[in-house]
Design a protein around this ligand. Sequence first.
Ligand code: 5GP
Length: 188
Amino acid sequence: MLVILSGVSGAGKDTIKKEIMKRMENIITLPSFTSRTRRKNEQEGVQYYFISKSQFEEKIKKGDFYEFDLHHGNYYGTSRELLNNKIKQGKIIVKDIEVNGTENLVKLLQRDTKIVTIFIRVEKEELKRRLIERGDNIQDIEIRLNRLEYEESKINLYDYVIKNDEFEKTVQIIMTIIENEKRIEDNT
Ligand code: 5GP
């Protein structure tokens, strides 16, 4: 089962994902490839594999990605090989992907793989506060704030929409969704 978490950058997806992985068994995540530069707190191969734009374009040509998207001026993509390997392990994969990538992955994989999509919402002012706190520069903050409207316009594509105004509540709701969806998968 693949659980996709979407929502603008700064909505809290990564922190939620980490918390769920701590509390639930049988959950793994999947690093993406990106051409953006690594942030201070990020390690190679955990959230992302960091490669250059030209290396990314080379991988596109070779067909290495299930989906990729160019946003915030950088490429982001889901590796076919990495995802296939993780699906074979039979675990629950939690992955954060923006709206275009989610739409593409659902189209490509839904016949063979159970996919649950969750959109995490956050108010614009709260988002701004979090991005400043995270240490993003002014330009990056502008780009991410401008993206909010676009991502929200795709909300109808999602199985679940959750407002992340209280971290603990959000984590509890998502854990309940995962447990219920897993039960449904195991009984169908
Ligand atoms: P950030 O630069 O803040 O880490 O991420 C920017 C956006 O890229 C986030 O909305 C995140 O969900 C999205 N993203 C991360 N990995 C992928 C991926 O493999 N494919 C696509 N399409 N988007 C991704």
